[in-house]
Design a protein around this ligand. Sequence first.
Ligand code: ZN
Length: 399
Amino acid sequence: MSIEATTNSEPSATRNRSLGRTAAWAPLLSEPELEVARAILIHGPSSRGELSRRLKLSAASLTRLSKPLLDAGIVSESDLVLDGSVGRPVRLLDIRQEARFFVGIKITGTMAQGVLTDLRAISRVSASRELPTHEVADVVEVLVELVGELRERSGLQVSGVGISIGGQISGGTAIDRAPFLDWRNVPLGDLLRQRTGLPVLLENDVTALVAAEQWFGVGRSVADFAVVTVGAGVGYGLAIHDRVVRGPDTGLGLGGHFPLDPNGPLCLEGHRGCSTAMLTIPSICAQISTSLQREVTYEEAFGLAAAGNKVAHSVLQAAARALGHFLAAAANLTMVNTVALGGEGIELFEKYGPTVRAALAGDRDPEAGEVRITVLAGEFDQWARGAAAVAIQEYAFSQ
Ligand SMILES: [Zn+2]
């Protein structure tokens, strides 16, 4: 079995075997105990009754399965609270968020952005470093320093490291291809594990965001949703029936050249008005800079448009319409009604939301449900947090 065929809801023990892990990181808990721990982690404080119903377990089984979690200090029990559904006081079980801590790092072509989070992917400390070169040894050195800094500044023990990168990942341990770094077949997970002594899991950056949303974002309330990011590139990821969709071509960035505007500019690969040409920060800035005959930054583009500059406004309007068409295509073709939107270019949606929504609505069947758009939390560290979430899903309850 390959990692592409696995999902986050698959039993951790199976995933560990599939990834060739050693017994050193074997699960602390049996699979049924893990199911209970995951349900509490994802859905928050729950009574034993709620958990029995959710997991379709008898009250006696639930009590038996939650005991080791309480004994291990992973789960704590609240004081008595009144439960309206049963009309008597009950104790709620909740994960001790501070029972475990994780590091997530997103690698770009120029930076490594890191965050240290608790068990619910809440950021405690963040730090970033520039990459001096793209040499593997130099990047590993930067990552080791970053993990060290996050451990030192927080004073906390780290249970696992998640690394995310725009590219294709193999088996959670090696990078098959990372175009931003010009890397092929780099065993980054092993290299980092040797240097830090910590379990390390690699994941494609957009897939990591989907995983983070699945456990800690919109995925807690809906089983089907898409994640769309706009920034240096365009990212598209999907969760269906509570499973993160992964395929052999995950990591190729296949959402990056989706046709959106027959009158748009060309991307570097020659597509007219594709998602890269219409939605990425470099392309938006290049269009405005060319027209105005000077260098214009993304932030400046919005300022110019707000001040009445027609060129900046029309480029941003066209981008916003294209984003609406992209979101509609995602919803129409993959039948999701929820899209989590993020990336460094999110200002396009924040400033031109009505244009985005109008274009989206125009491409939908009037009978179709409304597409709910949520914005990913943590503008700066959302990617690093995604990487941490991947580590949490894998190592939360391992030793
Ligand atoms: Zn293209």
